[in-house]
Design a protein around this ligand. Structure first.
Ligand code: CUV
Ligand code: SF4
Length: 675
């Protein structure tokens, strides 16, 4: 009887429709291939499991064992007073605000702990305890040092007088590491913000004391029975997010640039088609370049390449997934194998000989997928292991980094011969130009003599460039892979808004051909196309990984400094966006964009919608304090148009709107915007 029932119930699980799951052909092909092989991926799981509607709206509290307390919105909305409360009396606003800032804590912790790890390696390098890591970019070191209160004297010709580089590096390392846990003072980098913004933060009392403390305080305040005022809760969320964007993330970017080199534009490729059937394919997935830099160094050693040849391979093909892809791309031109949602697919090609992961955005299901193939899945970080028994852990340590990297690569090479017969690498990839940053934007778009953002400002003022958008963030299996990323970006550049991208949006734009100078003639409005063609840049500038969103903050600050566009980031015709966000890091990034004065639109949904008063506070009231605010728009075209409308509003306020909109928007466009 029982057996019979079981067979009746065991109908085949619903599978994802490849065409509905992604706009990318390589991804569609691989999803279909996974079905053929009977391997489930995130795309299938997304159609099999529905999200919890209450959790999604941010109104489930499980901060104590009297709960979880769930506060669903009454059908038909709230009439009159909102009387919903948990056992302790916590209101929907309190619960949603607590949940929201816990997401900020999670995101800020992830970015900042990454930064700390880099700072520790930087310290080892400064102390010369390691051969593997060295101070590479002394120019960047000298430009960063003063922001940490480290004195340098630089002569006109760039030579350092008075102090030697080693001494400066050591002091920078000490000062930087101190930012995580110093006993008094405030976050040193807060002063890198425009003075007007710094003053706003000061007035609101949200300047971080140190990075760790703000994150810990969120955990304290959101503990059962502590902070019960959503305004006060989000204030701490603001302080922690600033500690992320202008602290942990910015330090990560700066120290990585000093250790591994400041990125400059270079050419590469993106999508699963970068994998090569006749090469050893090693994929590095995760976040910290501390690992990937060593993998790159070792994979280029002649004896290692020779070793690969002795095993029958033509060479070693490295590629990246997620932000490790962006780190390896921007400094070395290593191609990206794909975005967040393609990680399982890279193994399903059957041609991934080793996948090396460190921290963040790594699916535990990679281990299950790897089991179906010869792929060695290697975890490397002491804080990020997997329970499955086919996973190999090789702990990576800066003191024997090159040896660790060599062990990993040899393992991948040795595994080349174990490939099965089922190899299918989709033949799709696109060319990309990446590796932009504050320094290279200055170089490309700056004045020849001034070396500032003068020319960029000029083009904004004369209306060729309507404004600047930062479009960033993840993929989310709850929406069609890459669709919103690409539609939002295309709509922006069509309307002469130049786009700065990072994270998986950067990879998506690369995959869909938006990161080439040639894209300007195809997709841009006439003004932006002209600027891109004159300067020879793509209309979408890839600024790197998620911690490199700090580059967007500094680029905006440079635009303020270059003059003519107001005194603060909130005066600029700029807007932010994360069309397919999924991680807590995205919430932290979104919130420091907002707290830095940027109007920021998220796609999908906001985990605050179940608490309308708190939700309104984020989307309306915050603007009065910092000049930036949150918005939500799942439809990509409307999403982009909200950003453009905000940019136009700022142009009007600056008095630089005349002529501009008349040329670029036709009547239908305008009506659509007003509707
Ligand atoms: Ni850190 S956070 S999915 S890799 S951008 Fe990509 Fe970027 Fe989101 Fe993760
Ligand atoms: Fe419920 Fe309050 Fe406990 Fe949250 S803290 S689970 S709302 S009793």
């Amino acid at each position: 009887m029982a057996v019979e029932k079981k067979t009746k119930d065991a109908k085949a699980p619903k599978l994802a429709d490849p065409i509905a799951a992604s706009i990318d052909i390589a991804t569609q092909e691989m999803i279909a291939h996974s079905h053929k092989l009977g391997i489930d991926t995130v795309f299938d799981r997304a159609v099999q499991m529905k999200p919890c509607n209450i959790g999604m709206q941010g109104i489930c509290c499980k901060n104590c064992a009297m709960g979880p307390c769930r506060l669903p919105l009454p059908k038909g909305g709230i009439e009159g007073e909102d009387t919903r409360k948990g056992l302790c009396g916590a209101t929907a606003n309190t619960i949603a605000a607590r949940n929201f800032i816990r997401m900020i804590a999670g995101g800020a912790a992830a970015h900042s702990d990454h930064g700390r790890c880099v700072a520790e390696v930087f310290m080892s390098a400064a102390r010369k305890e390691t051969d593997a890591y060295r101070i590479k970019d002394t120019k960047k070191l000298l430009s960063v040092a003063p922001h940490l209160g480290v004195a340098v004297t630089v002569e006109e010709d760039g030579e350092v007088k008075d102090r030697n580089i080693d001494e400066i590096a050591l002091e920078v390392a000490e000062k930087a590491l101190n930012e995580w846990g110093k006993a008094e003072g405030e976050l040193l980098y807060a002063k890198r913000a425009p003075a007007a913004l710094y003053e706003k933060w000061k007035k609101q009392g949200v300047i971080p004391r140190n990075i760790d403390r703000e994150i810990v305080e969120i955990m304290h305040r959101t503990h059962m029975g502590v902070d019960q005022d959503y305004k006060n809760l989000i204030k701490q969320g603001t302080r922690a997010s600033i500690a992320d964007g202008w602290g942990g993330s910015m330090l990560a970017t700066d120290l990585q640039d000093i250790l591994f080199g400041t990125p400059y534009p270079l050419q590469s490729e993106a999508n699963l088609g970068v994998m090569k059937e006749d090469h050893v394919n090693i994929i590095v997935h995760g976040h910290e370049p501390v690992l990937s830099e060593m993998i790159i160094a070792v994979s280029q050693k002649p004896e290692i390449v020779e070793y690969a040849k002795t095993k029958g391979a033509k060479g070693i093909q490295l590629s990246g997934i997620c932000c490790t892809a962006n780190e390896m791309l921007q400094r070395h031109g290593v191609p990206a194998a794909g975005t967040f949602l393609q990680q399982e697919l890279a193994i399903i090609t059957g041609a991934c000989d080793a996948m090396v992961v460190d921290i963040q955005c790594i699916f535990q299901n990679l281990a299950n997928v790897a089991k179906c193939f010869h792929t060695k899945l290697i975890t490397t970080h002491p804080i990020a292991k997997m329970e499955q028994d086919n996973v190999i852990h090789i702990e990576f340590d800066e003191h024997h980094a090159l040896e660790d990297a060599e062990k990993i690569i040899r393992m991948g090479i040795d595994n080349f011969q174990n490939r099965g017969s089922e190899v299918m690498i989709p033949q799709h990839k696109a060319t990309q130009i990446a590796g932009f940053g504050v320094e290279s934007v200055e170089y490309h778009l700056g004045g020849t003599f001034r070396g500032t953002f003068y020319t960029l400002n000029d083009n904004i003022i004369n209306g060729k460039i309507r404004g600047i958008a930062g479009v960033v963030g993840c993929n989310n299996a709850r929406s069609k892979h890459n669709e919103a990323h690409i539609e939002v970006v295309k709509e922006l550049i069509k309307n002469d808004v130049i786009v700065l991208t990072t994270g998986c949006n950067g990879i998506a734009c690369a995959m869909h051909g938006l990161l080439t100078p040639e894209a300007a003639a195809v997709y841009c409005g006439p003004g932006l196309a002209e600027v891109c063609e004159t300067v020879g840049i793509p209309p979408v500038l890839h600024l790197g990984s998620c911690v490199d969103n700090s580059r967007i903050l500094l680029a905006a600050t440079e635009v303020v400094k270059a003059g003519g566009l107001g005194k603060d980031i909130s005066d600029l015709p700029v807007a932010g966006s994360a069309p397919e966000w999924m991680s807590e890091k995205a919430i932290s990034i979104g919130h420091y964009f907002v707290s830095s004065g940027v109007y920021t639109v998220f796609g999908l949904h906001m985990p605050t919608s179940g608490a309308p008063v708190f939700h309104d506070y984020l989307s309306k009231e915050l603007e009065k304090l910092y000049g930036g605010k949150w918005d939500l728009e799942p439809d990509p075209i409307k999403h982009a148009r909200l950003m453009i409308a905000h940019i136009d509003k700022k142009r009007r306020e600056l008095g630089i709107d005349r002529g501009k909109e008349r040329v670029l928007m036709d009547m239908a466009d305008r009506q659509a915007l007003e509707a």
